[in-house]
Design a protein around this ligand. Structure first.
Ligand code: CU
Length: 124
């Protein structure tokens, strides 16, 4: 083997390593892009449940927002849409439930255990 041939092979090897590194980098960038999309989709706002009230009411959010119904009281509550479009089920004290609001609209809801509790979420 001549020195020139060995040198050529060495260069080929380096090129292969370089392209694998580039591919790996592209893969990393794709993964980072995916997680950025996920982070955008998972934006959340909190609707607190305190003293037999939903706070704030109304809660204004953008379409696609996940509302975290956080029961910060000492009794169990629900957040149940008046029209039945969503229902958290029972949320025990100190626990929370999530509902994602994808479509704009005005959502009225209440607590099935304490029907005098009313709330409103405005999705734009
Ligand atoms: Cu309640």
């Amino acid at each position: 083997m001549t020195a020139a041939w060995i040198n050529w092979r060495r260069r080929l090897g380096l090129a292969a390593v370089a392209s694998i590194a580039l591919l790996g980098f592209a893969g990393l960038r794709a993964a980072a892009g995916e997680s950025a999309t996920t982070a955008t989709a998972s934006r959340a706002q909190t609707e607190r449940i305190v003293n037999f009230e939903y706070r704030p009411t109304p809660l204004r959010v953008g379409a696609g927002t996940t509302v975290v119904f956080s029961n910060q009281s000492s009794v169990t509550h629900t957040a149940t849409a008046n029209g039945g479009s969503f229902d958290t089920g029972q949320i025990r004290p100190g626990r929370s439930a999530r509902v994602t609001f994808r479509r704009p609209g005005i959502y009225l809801f209440h607590c099935t255990i304490h029907p005098f509790m009313h709330g409103k979420i405005i999705v734009r």
